[in-house]
Ligand binder design. Structure first.
Ligand code: SF4
Length: 446
């Protein structure tokens, strides 16, 4: 029998990448083999994102390209999964009737069943709103053998006015600590040395759980300490904390757990209290900066990255100056900068005072120029130090590429396999990566 092949395209964030590992795992468990060629695929899956601008145009463009292939091969099955599937549901098959399966974020465990039903019953749709099987319970086909994403909670109980996540992922649902530990232990036994714990707001992990015979709920700090004890594991990362829910015990757990890496992604979004309020982000700029100071005091050398949105509705030049001021004071190592544009379904999309595109662009350019200069300064401070690099794979110009514990990308010479730990001396700095030379003596943490 000819091999059945699947083509999987992923858009969006780490949560989606992680879901795609589960989609690949499910399809592999049913006998499918991956391909990069749509023409030879029996199943094509688009795992979509609703956050990026023009996500729906991109999806329908991709579906349009597939239409002639589907006409030539009616047995090809086309699946739309992920956040856009959850948000748009039946509209997708109205606009693209050649789509066989629309499966939302909560219904992923039923993907194979939906595909089988599509064979006999025609187009299928499941965008149910309840997560009944946590993603960790599904088989996964992971991209890297040394690193794994581990989902500790899905959904979000916040309601940031620019964000579609609560609508498409639902309220927060945490995985019990024992289940997270079992997953991490299994990964460590199979050779994984680094895990990234994933949640929309890791600081509220456990709020929806109870511990048998205890009035206390598990906390994110408890989880960090427990995962830190897993034998064979060398690095723990997590993303993302919400500044509003940050607590001293998380800093203490980070500082005292040797496997927790010296990097934190701490989303700012805006440096204006007025805009933060309009975004429904319930921290304020001075509180945010105080948290950063406390984190840096407790964990010397920690690297900090952030997210910033420019041009939120009603943002004035003064508000934007507040953002530039916080960026200067925070001296981020890296920042993911976004130009605000309305996302259908969010509260901010209906707000008055949307900022004209050219003003957003001009502010964005100023922010990027400032942050690039700060990133380069921060990188230059690393030159002359040594660092432990975990090799991820081939980089540019025949060099290897890896990351320090501080999440800085390092390009290095020599033959190194993914998963190797190499001590390097930092010899060059660029805004987004460092140059390193392998050394023999043990490295200090940078
Ligand atoms: S915390 Fe806010 S931005 Fe993050 S997922 Fe929840 S609603 Fe979206």
């Amino acid at each position: 029998m000819a091999e059945r092949r699947y083509l999987l395209r992923t858009f969006g964030c780490q949560m989606n990448e992680h879901d795609s590992e589960r989609i690949a795992g499910l399809l592999t468990s049913d006998g499918y083999v991956a391909t990069e060629q749509a023409v030879e695929a029996s199943v094509v899956v688009f795992n979509t994102c609703a956050i990026r601008e023009n996500a729906d145009n991109r999806l329908y463009g991709n579906l349009g390209h597939l239409r002639p292939l589907k006409q030539a091969n009616p047995r090809m099955r086309i699946v739309v999964a992920g956040c856009l599937a959850q948000k748009d549901g039946g509209r997708i098959q109205e606009k693209a009737p050649w789509v066989d399966v629309v499966v939302g974020t909560h219904a992923l465990p039923g993907l194979l069943e939906l595909l089988h039903r599509a064979e006999t019953e025609g187009p299928q749709l499941d965008v149910s709103e309840q997560t009944e099987v946590f993603p960790s319970a599904l088989p996964a086909l992971r991209e890297a053998r040394h690193h794994a994403w581990v989902s500790i909670a899905v959904g979000c109980d916040n309601a940031c006015t620019f964000c579609i996540v609560p609508l498409v992922r639902g309220p927060q649902l945490s995985l019990p600590i024992g289940d997270v530990l079992a997953e991490v232990q299994g990964l460590a036994r199979s050779g994984v040395v680094e895990v990234t714990l994933l949640g929309q707001n890791v600081n509220t992990y456990g709020r929806d759980l109870t511990v048998p015979d205890s009035p206390r709920r598990p906390l994110f700090a408890d989880l960090l300490r427990a995962v830190n004890e897993v034998e064979g594991l060398r690095r723990i990362r997590f993303t993302s904390p919400h500044p509003h829910d940050f607590t001293p015990d998380v800093i203490e757990a980070m500082a005292s757990s040797d496997k927790v890496c010296e990097h934190i992604h701490f989303p700012l979004q805006s440096g204006s209290d007025r805009v933060l309020k309009a975004m429904q982000r319930s921290y304020r700029r001075e509180r945010y900066l105080a948290w950063l100071d406390a984190i840096r005091d407790a964990i010397p050398g920690i690297a900090v990255s952030t997210d910033v949105i420019v041009g939120f509705p009603s943002e004035t030049e003064d508000d934007f100056a507040g953002t530039l001021d916080v960026v200067r004071r925070a001296r981020y190592d890296q920042a993911y900068t976004f130009q605000y544009s309305p996302r259908p379904g969010t509260r901010a999309a209906t707000m008055e005072d949307q900022i004209p595109k050219e003003i957003v662009q001009e502010r964005f350019d100023r922010l990027v120029a400032l942050q690039e200069a700060i990133s380069l300064e921060r990188m230059r401070e690393q030159v002359g130090t040594t660092a432990e690099v975990l090799v991820e794979g081939a980089g540019r110009k025949g060099r290897a590429q890896g990351r320090t514990r501080t999440n800085r990308v390092v390009h290095l010479d020599g033959e190194h396999a993914p998963g190797d730990f190499v001590d390097v001396r930092i010899v060059g700095a660029h805004p987004h990566h460092l140059d390193g030379e392998p050394v023999r003596e043990p490295a200090a943490v940078v």
